[in-house]
Design a protein around this ligand. Structure first.
Ligand SMILES: C[S@@+](CC[C@H](N)C(=O)[O-])C[C@H]1O[C@@H](n2cnc3c(N)ncnc32)[C@H](O)[C@@H]1O
Length: 265
């Protein structure tokens, strides 16, 4: 890849390593090296990444369908791949308005691929940091009507908020500022299924890669939803493959990427 301002090819990074595990081609040798090393310790990681993306699709279909949402805020978007949030949402709701948020310069460089809206809908991209939820929402409010419910997705990104109090602050502030009836979906690295191997993989990540991450338990994730003032919807926080798994392409096995959806009463 040509040099991109703000991108250090020598430091493995979340968006690029995730892209590698998802079968994309936006990564440097350093990303591949840590990705392969982690895969040795935690062979499930590729299935986790795939399960996360299938979870994204089902969650956004739930939001745009049953939950009646037409505004979406995707924080920690990642590099464009198949079934990006606006594509899934606008298939069901062509008028859906979708705002993407990421702070990675490479994601920003590829943002054009995310901005292919239907004529009736809107997509926007914000280069912003989730640690500043007021800034994120102030900018998102230029595209979304924050007086009406918003569906927020934070998939594979809250594990980068390492400190628990900071996670409660960030999620709590996002939820506080959006309208009742808004939803928040999270997916997150856990150690529920693979135990020590998952924790070792996170240690490896933290030794070499950025931004740092943390493993949380199912119970800790449930507490995050509650602390943010959300009602956790059925089936609660579960392995991504077990969240409304009716679609034919969802594998039956459990992976350590857990997910859940909460609703603001
Ligand atoms: C593992 S990827 C997940 C991508 C996508 N949400 C998915 O589930 O496939 C994590 C993404 O979060 C982004 N990210 C990490 N820290 C962030 C921050 N402080 N603010 C915004 N985005 C962040 C990374 O740049 C990366 O694109």
């Amino acid at each position: 890849m040509p040099p991109i301002p703000g991108v250090d090819p020598g430091v493995p990074n979340s968006a690029r390593v995730w892209d590698y595990w998802l079968g994309g081609d936006e990564f440097y040798p350093a990303d591949k090296a840590i990705a392969d090393e982690i895969e040795q310790v935690l062979p499930d990681i590729v299935d986790q990444a795939r399960a996360d993306r299938l979870f994204l699709r089902r969650v956004v279909e739930f939001f745009a369908g049953e939950a009646g949402m037409d505004q979406f805020l995707d924080i920690g978007t990642g590099l464009p791949t198949s079934n990006n949030t606006h594509e899934v949402a606008q298939r069901l709701r062509p008028d859906a308005r979708v705002v993407y948020v990421d702070n990675d310069p490479l994601v920003l460089a590829h943002a054009r691929a995310l901005l292919t809206s239907t004529p009736e809908g809107v997509t926007a991209y914000l280069d912003a940091d989730m640690h500043d939820p007021d800034h994120v929402l102030d900018l998102a409010g230029e595209t979304l009507d924050l007086a009406r419910p918003v569906a927020i997705t934070m998939l594979g990104v809250t594990w980068h908020i390492v400190d628990d109090d900071e996670a409660v602050r960030v999620l709590g502030r996002l939820v506080e500022r959006v309208a009742p009836g808004s939803h928040l979906a999270i997916s997150h690295q856990t150690d529920e299924i693979t135990g020590r191997r998952a924790r070792d993989a996170v240690d490896m990540w933290n030794r070499d890669a950025e931004p740092k991450g943390v493993c949380r338990s199912k119970r800790q994730l449930e507490e995050l939803f509650t602390a943010a003032g959300l009602i956790l919807l059925e089936p609660g926080v579960v392995s991504c493959n077990r969240w409304r798994p009716e679609a034919a392409d969802v594998p039956s096995g459990e992976v350590d990427q857990f997910g859940g959806v909460g609703r603001k009463p």
